[in-house]
Design a protein around this ligand. Structure first.
Ligand SMILES: [Zn+2]
Ligand SMILES: [Zn+2]
Length: 248
């Protein structure tokens, strides 16, 4: 493989129509068109507790020239949000089966919330997920991480500077022995949280609608926009590193 390091733009925190809190237009065609327009090279679709919209987005991404990493956002028992990036879709699916065994079976009554839609690459709804994916799993943070680590995964604490659903809002600190690869900051100017040494920092938009995509972007100095390269960049090794776009 030829080593040619250059900057690539990542937004690794985007919700699709499978998340009940997203808008109707967070579908593969529209999200990928927006990502392309905003110059993104790699995105992560991080729906709550599910990776099942990955195939449709990945197929559309190949047409649009934007790559994807299989991903999801998990809400732990403490209501801490965790971003997980898997090396393969199959591994992510196996993790999803395990994590859903530990999440409450509360059904969507449809009147209260937007349906959670599984879609194909042409924005066609192929299934409506009836089980609400929003609620905490019945596992504490360290157990979710241990379970995730049985797969090839990158573990990132989500939006740590936010006043809700973050490690600081829920626990008040980052446990020193926590087994993470990085933290996500979604608005660098609001506050400057204490970040453990030797973990990477990513900047994600947590987009639930099209205009928000690319609101915060991670720039990665890597060989190519892939999971393997992200792993190296999070560790700041072999010449790879990450920065917030506009910090240049
Ligand atoms: Zn979140
Ligand atoms: Zn999110």
């Amino acid at each position: 493989m030829i080593l040619y390091l250059q900057w690539y733009n990542f937004d690794l925190h985007i919700h699709s129509v499978l998340s009940p809190c997203s808008t109707w237009d967070m579908s593969p065609k529209k999200v990928l068109a927006e990502a392309k327009k905003k110059g993104l090279d790699l995105i992560g679709i991080t729906d709550h507790h599910s990776v099942r919209n990955y195939p449709g987005f990945c197929k559309r991404g190949k047409i649009s020239g934007v790559k994807l990493i299989p991903a999801m956002e998990v809400q732990t028992k403490e209501e801490v949000h965790l971003l997980l990036y898997f090396r393969s879709y199959q591994q992510a699916l196996r993790f999803e089966v395990e994590i859903l065994k530990k999440s409450p079976s509360i059904m969507d009554d449809v009147t209260a919330i937007k349906p959670q839609c599984l879609v194909n690459d042409n924005d066609m709804v192929i299934k409506v997920e009836k089980r609400l994916l929003l609620f905490s799993v019945d596992l504490p943070l360290d157990t979710v991480i241990k379970l995730a680590r049985t797969y090839e995964v990158l573990v990132i604490l989500a939006h740590i500077n936010r006043p809700a659903f973050s490690i600081y809002s829920q626990l008040g600190f980052i446990p020193p022995d926590i087994d993470i690869d990085g933290v996500e900051i979604d608005n660098y100017t609001n506050c400057k949280p204490i970040i453990p040494k030797n973990v990477g920092i990513i900047y994600g938009s947590d987009a639930h609608d099209l205009p928000t995509i690319g609101r915060f972007v991670t720039q990665a100095w890597v060989n190519e926009p892939t999971w393997e390269e992200l792993k190296l960049a999070l560790r700041n090794i072999e010449g790879r590193w990450l920065r917030r776009k506009d910090d240049s």
